[in-house]
Design a binder for this molecule. Structure first.
Ligand SMILES: [Zn+2]
Ligand SMILES: [Zn+2]
Length: 247
């Protein structure tokens, strides 16, 4: 089964556009609403400039661009073993518990107790882009923590449910500055290149924990997205599912 999307262009709509928006989450990034508008065009343009090294990027996701996204995916694999929950009780990505349950009366994402069924695709495609940006700086990225289910939270007296599939913690190995300065640099790169925000104030933006919470790692999450963008189908537990065209 092909994992390469069919060509798409401005004005197109539908599931393939959603998937394109997910795959380019680390290049500007937009809302995965399935509408190939100016935001998506900017994502494609950013990818063509950065990865395909086009001097005159046109923003159309033509066959060459879709093939280049496939090459980009292969060049930046995701180690799913590193994403698994360490609790020893769940099978690795929670047990789908607490759907529709919240820690406080307000039914907002920060209090959502649901164990999402895997890691959000947008996080992992953004991580691929982060690897791409890191290579230019001779850094190697690893994921030191991703899924942490309710059992793992209880074991560590944690209340935050961000890591129920909505977050990854990235470590940076490499030279140049201290661990702290590298983490600050990577946060800056993800704000500038991937349209992430520091904190959670804006809706539908990727979020980074500020340096005072995460000094020596980079925490990236999708907690600020509306529930429709956090549907079960966007969560994956293996590389084949990440690379597949859903649906
Ligand atoms: Zn677990
Ligand atoms: Zn974290």
């Amino acid at each position: 089964m092909s994992t390469i999307l069919p060509p798409l262009k401005r004005g197109d709509r539908g599931a393939d556009v959603v998937e394109l928006q997910m795959r380019l989450a680390g290049f500007r990034g937009t809302i995965p609403d399935g509408d190939y508008g100016p935001g998506t065009e900017m994502q494609v343009t950013a990818f063509q400039r950065a990865v395909m090294r086009m001097t005159a990027p046109h923003g159309r996701a033509d066959a060459a661009t879709m093939a280049a996204i496939g090459d980009f995916a292969r060049a930046h694999p995701v180690d799913f073993k590193a994403l698994r929950c360490p609790c020893g009780v769940c099978p690795g990505f929670g047990r789908g518990r607490f759907k529709g349950e919240y820690r406080r009366p307000e039914r907002i994402e920060v209090y959502n107790l649901y164990e999402y069924p895997g890691l959000h695709r947008m996080l992992l495609w953004t991580y691929r882009a982060a690897q791409f940006y890191a290579r230019a700086r001779n850094w190697t990225l690893t994921i030191n923590s991703a899924y942490r289910c309710s059992v793992d939270n209880a074991d560590h007296q944690r209340t935050s449910t961000n890591h129920h599939g909505k977050a990854i913690d990235i470590d940076i190995l490499g030279s140049g500055g201290t661990d702290r300065t590298r983490c600050n640099s990577l946060r800056g790169i993800l704000v500038e290149q991937a349209h992430a925000q520091i904190g959670w104030s804006a809706l539908n933006r990727k979020s980074l924990e500020p340096a005072d919470i995460a000094p020596t790692w980079v925490h990236l999450d999708v907690r600020s997205y509306e529930p429709k963008y956090l549907a079960d189908r966007y969560f994956v537990t293996n590389q084949a599912a990440l690379d597949a065209i859903p649906g």
